[in-house]
Ligand binder design. Structure first.
Ligand SMILES: Nc1ncnc2c1ncn2[C@@H]1O[C@H](COP(=O)(O)OP(=O)(O)OP(=O)(O)O)[C@@H](O)[C@H]1O
Ligand SMILES: [Mg+2]
Length: 261
């Protein structure tokens, strides 16, 4: 059975896609069989791995609609062990379908589809859109756990209560096993006092939910790192684009912690 981990935060631009792509690549580098699902109409994870829209005909939208099976839309990537279910802007259409109150179990559409591939991969990583709408609800209903990237900037914790309430509500209702895998501070700058403040706030409120690797008092933070920002434009993960960079180190450490269970 695969472990299904989503990356979610309704705040935009906090590092969800960067985390999804590079965690998936780091797990694959460690020999794991990994599926990355892009379920954001912006399709940034798809593009980050070097795919253009014209390269593929079918995507996650067709799976959710029931027109295609997962196995029929999966793409290989240039990373051994990493497969991708691409997305497309057309996915915005599914939001309307998901909202339709006449549709039964509309929060569980993704979960039901995922049952089809649960035995095929060791890890399924899902990159979600910056909204707490029906797509993200489907993601949180389908996954075992969620990683919440927190950008180390002003307003970092804004909206977090709403996300945590949603997680808690879903746990009480349709997904009792859902847990918060952890908070991942992203775009951390040592020189920036605001970054330090956000990390201090996170440590104060959620100490047990930060990822620890090596020295227990230190948690994994993804530094602000230009290589991480550049790698998508080359269609590569940080592992192949700049394997020795600080960004790469952070995502490899995160993968190690995830593999430890
Ligand atoms: N640690 C980092 N250092 C430097 N740049 C980063 C880092 N993480 C992400 N970025 C850059 O910040 C921008 C936003 O990151 P990303 O796309 O991963 O966020 P997101 O949460 O997925 O955004 P959206 O909400 O739009 O889906 C991108 O240009 C990305 O390359
Ligand atoms: Mg994104």
């Amino acid at each position: 059975m695969s472990e299904i981990i989503s990356i979610a935060n309704q705040k935009g631009g906090v590092g969800k896609t960067t985390t999804a792509v590079n965690l998936a690549a780091s797990l694959a580098e460690r020999g794991k069989n990994v599926l990355l699902i892009d379920i954001d109409p912006q399709s940034n994870a798809t593009t980050s791995l070097g795919y253009k829209r014209s390269d593929y005909e079918f995507n996650i939208y067709h799976v959710l609609q029931g027109i295609k099976k997962f196995s029929e839309v999966v793409l290989k990537t240039n990373i051994q062990g990493l497969s991708l279910v691409p997305s497309n802007i057309g996915l915005v259409g599914i939001e309307k379908e998901f909202y339709d109150p006449r549709r039964k179990n509309r929060e569980l559409i993704l979960k039901q589809k995922l049952d089809e591939i649960r035995d095929s991969y060791e890890y399924v990583i899902i990159d979600s859109p910056p909204a707490l709408g029906p797509i993200t609800i489907n993601v949180l209903s389908a996954c075992d756990s969620v990683i919440i990237p927190i950008q180390c900037e002003f307003f970092a914790l804004e909206g977090l209560a709403q996300l945590l309430n949603t997680v808690s509500l879903l746990r009480k209702t349709i997904n009792p096993k859902l847990r918060i895998k952890g908070f991942l501070p992203t775009m951390y700058s040592k020189q920036n006092n605001l970054s330090k403040q956000v990390l201090a706030d996170l440590s104060y409120h959620f100490k047990d939910k930060l990822f620890h690797f090596g020295k227990e008092e230190e948690c994994i933070v993804v530094p602000r790192n230009v290589k991480l920002a550049e790698s998508p434009s080359f269609g590569q993960s940080i592992i192949s684009y700049a394997g020795g960079s600080a960004g790469s180190v952070a995502y490899r450490e995160l993968a190690s912690v995830i593999m430890r269970g």
